[in-house]
Design a protein around this ligand. Sequence first.
Ligand SMILES: Nc1ncnc2c1ncn2[C@@H]1O[C@H](COP(=O)(O)OP(=O)(O)OP(=O)(O)O)[C@@H](O)[C@H]1O
Ligand SMILES: [Mg+2]
Length: 242
Amino acid sequence: MNFKYNSNFSIDNLSLKAKENSIYALTGNNGSGKTTLLRLLVGLLKPKSGSIKIFNETLTRDKNQLWKLRQKIGFLFQNPDDQLFAPTIEEDVGFGARNLGLEENEVIKRVDWALKAVDLIEYKKYSPYDLSWGQKKRAALAGLLVLKPKLLILDEPFANLDFNSIYNHLIILETLRKEENMTILFTTHNLFFVENWADKMMVLKNGSVLFEGKPSIGLEDPSVLDLLGSYEELLKVIKKKK
Ligand SMILES: Nc1ncnc2c1ncn2[C@@H]1O[C@H](COP(=O)(O)OP(=O)(O)OP(=O)(O)O)[C@@H](O)[C@H]1O
Ligand SMILES: [Mg+2]
């Protein structure tokens, strides 16, 4: 698959395969194309050439196909302000489920369950504007969880979240993964999650794949380490200050 914006940035000859029920981490420096790649996968952008297959179906621009696929895919935007739009959190979290035509009782049950899972139940009557950034990100995730998607595509799900929120999210994601056989594709700059949570990783550099494979191998690769940096390098700078 190939893609180009009206700028110099392009993605060339990229192919990504994630196994069902696995966790796939996408990392790489700022501007390397992670968000662009996720937007291509969910049909928000269209490849210049080549094709994208999801659940063995080639993505077309057909609205019906996109609608059907979106029922199986949850996409968490990097910026929650791009995701939340309803007047209250509970309406926002229930939007996707109502749109799918689920029974109102079932929607209410799932919204309460998802808001409890992300620890926002007391905020259900709030406007998204009155939430902190991390709370908005948690509300956006709750809106996806109610749909119990087969594939969850998460752009920086743990960035700017406090430790307890990350803990809660991991519990709920792992539970759903087991119960619903869910596959998770996520981007991150935090190598802790790549090393300890992901089954497979891809490292992007300027729209190209620098590495794809097992994290235990990728995180030992000198070119990957050179691109992603390490705390040791930071320590050298900090220690110089003293
Ligand atoms: N709408 C756009 N039009 C033109 N260029 C764009 C557009 N959106 C992104 N880009 C460019 O594409 C490149 C990749 O951006 P992208 O947001 O995919 O990077 P990223 O890997 O997600 O970065 P980050 O780690 O900061 O989230 C960047 O150079 C960016 O400037
Ligand atoms: Mg990004």
